[in-house]
Design a protein around this ligand. Structure first.
Ligand code: NAD
Length: 533
């Protein structure tokens, strides 16, 4: 039987590695299965590390999704009525449980993705960071807000943030622990229920975390998980949801947007990128080298904020690029349930094919390979070497398409203006990184068309600034996660205006013309009033 990534046990040969551990426990498998909506069919899921069976899980169809929403809606009534303090208590317990049970979470992430342990830990850390942030800040972001009323003193106007109801969440495979959970936490803190459809290749990390969320006190039924076909379940989710949180490719994001528009429901979409890094000639060399490597090869490049285009100023090119090649060639590629490798395997045969296609197309059309470039089945079925290329031109797939793998194209630039123009010459606008002296790099940063720009950092500084919005310009997304924006989107914004003493109309006995004249005088005077809420 083949699973969602087209794998069967015979599709791969188990690696002779002493570092791989025995399959997950029977108890954990049962707990996972108990958290998935019970569909009529089941599906076996295999690990990309060695083709071994991880577990079998129930599969849902569209009618199951309808029932999952009913159940979540039922549980949401009581949850939406709790105070922020009561919801915060659940989230803070969840925060502690995530850190306490991190070994199971890290193992699970590695089993189903093949990523390195360090990249898996990024997910655990992100959940802790985001959960603490929203547990502490939700009340401040969502408490009723005083706004300027129609008439001074006699109109009291407040804005209320009401929970949407049940949020539909659709998530990809690359960060299977943090993307579902870190976007769910603000939705839950705002008083919503959730129906989640994780990518069918990677359901287990979200289930392990959900198990902890229920242990922390989340009411039964509030957070439903359905697993199955993307288009079928995705459509059913959009047809039922009060709001859709989608993370995935730009192509699928456009389908989601069309479907949400037909129902006139809100949605937020975190989509693809082809992210640039600019190294100016006054960049701190050692830190820039380290930053370029982390930003390009974390999670084997399967990261939406990952750097795929590197623009290096000619004044530093000859010092920077040879050192980068040297450092990249030393990166350890491997699979182990410890921290001995910096770069892990790719997720699937499909992902490997895409990465190989980009590299071989570029080489056939005249690009130069500086380091890497090879599939490494001796390491893991879908392992691919960290790769640097130069001479990438417009006619190559690699030039504009998101590779989503450990492959970076390097370009020499001769001015800040050229670097900015090239960095912006893309349909995407998710993340960017600029290295150089502070003032110069910051001045370049604000000219980059991207939702987040990291100065003297690759992506972590902006991503981990949880109080600040994160999202895409252009075809990289709609809406934002993190910060005030990342929780208010899960609410309907309601204005309640209370009028005291007099109506906003002509007083009794005053004709329309006299009222108009009085209003005109009043409007002229109001110009001198300061803005005050
Ligand atoms: P994808 O679009 O193929 O799939 C994402 C999710 O959408 C999966 O759960 C899938 O089953 C579901 N889906 C598929 N067809 C659907 C449909 N018709 N309607 C609704 N849902 C459907 O993306 P992927 O290949 O799994 O993920 C990689 C992409 O995600 C990359 O482009 C990456 O840049 C992007 N990504 C973006 C962010 C971000 O924060 N901007 C984060 C992670 C990944």
């Amino acid at each position: 039987m083949r699973d969602h990534r087209g794998m069967s046990p015979s599709a791969t040969k188990p690696q002779k590695s002493s570092t791989l551990q025995p399959p997950v426990s029977k108890e954990l498998r049962q707990r996972w299965a108990g958290l998935v909506f019970p569909g009529a069919k089941t599906q076996e899921h295999f690990s990309p590390l060695d083709g071994s069976l991880i577990a079998s899980l129930p599969q849902s169809d569209a009618s199951d999704v309808d029932v999952a929403f009913e159940k979540a809606r039922g549980a949401q009534q009581a949850w939406g009525g709790l105070s922020f303090g009561q919801r915060k208590a659940v989230m803070m317990r969840f925060h502690d449980l995530v850190l306490e049970h991190q070994t199971t979470l890290l193992d699970t992430v590695q089993w189903e993705t093949g990523k390195s342990r360090a990249s898996a830990f990024d997910e655990v850390a992100d959940i802790a960071l985001t959960t603490r942030y929203y547990a502490n800040s939700a009340e401040q972001h969502l408490r009723p807000e005083k706004r300027q009323g129609a008439l001074p003193f006699v109109t009291q106007t407040r804005v209320h943030f009401q929970a949407k109801g049940v949020v539909g969440m659709i998530t990809p495979w690359n960060y299977p622990l943090t993307l579902p959970l870190s976007d769910a936490v603000p939705a839950l803190m705002a008083g919503n229920g959730i129906v989640l459809k994780p990518d069918a290749q990677t359901p287990f990390s979200a289930l392990s975390a959900l198990d902890l969320l229920y242990q922390a006190g989340l009411p039964e039924g509030l957070f439903q998980v359905v697993i199955g076909d993307g288009p079928e379940l995705g459509t059913a989710i959009i047809n039922n949801a009060n709001f859709v949180m989608f993370t995935g490719s730009t192509d699928t994001g456009k389908i989601v947007a069309e479907q949400a528009a037909r129902r006139l429901i809100g949605f937020s979409a975190e989509l693809g990128g082809k992210n640039p890094m600019i190294v100016l000639d006054d960049a701190p060399l050692e830190r820039a080298l380290e930053g370029a490597i982390t930003a390009s090869f974390s999670n084997a490049g399967q990261l939406c904020m990952s750097i795929e285009r590197l623009y290096v100023h000619e004044g530093i090119y000859d010092r920077f690029v040879p050192r980068l090649i040297d450092e990249v060639s030393k990166l350890r590629l491997g699979t182990a349930f410890d921290f001995s490798y910096e770069v892990g395997a790719l997720i699937s045969a499909e992902q490997l094919e895409k990465v190989q296609a980009h590299v071989s197309d570029a080489l056939e059309r005249g690009a130069t390979l500086l380091v890497g470039g090879k599939h490494r089945p001796d390491v893991a079925p879908f392992a691919f070497e960290p790769t640097l290329l130069t001479g990438v031109t417009e006619d190559m797939l690699l030039c504009r398409g998101e590779t989503f793998g450990p492959v970076v194209a390097i370009y020499k630039v001769s001015s800040d203006e050229e670097a900015i123009a090239l960095a912006n010459d893309t349909s995407y606008g998710l993340n960017a990184s600029v290295w150089g002296s502070k003032t110069r790099a910051e001045s370049v940063a604000v000219q980059i068309q991207a939702g987040s720009v990291n100065v003297n950092e690759g992506f972590t500084a902006s991503w981990a600034s949880t109080d600040a919005p994160m999202g895409g310009f252009k075809e990289s997304g709609v809406g934002r996660r993190h910060g005030r924006e990342g929780i208010q989107k899960y609410t309907d914004v309601q204005t309640v205006a209370t009028q005291s003493g007099m109506n906003v109309a002509a007083p009794k006995g005053m004709g329309a013309e006299a009222f108009t004249q009085a209003m005109t005088k009043g409007l002229r005077l109001m110009k001198y009033l300061p803005f005050r809420k």
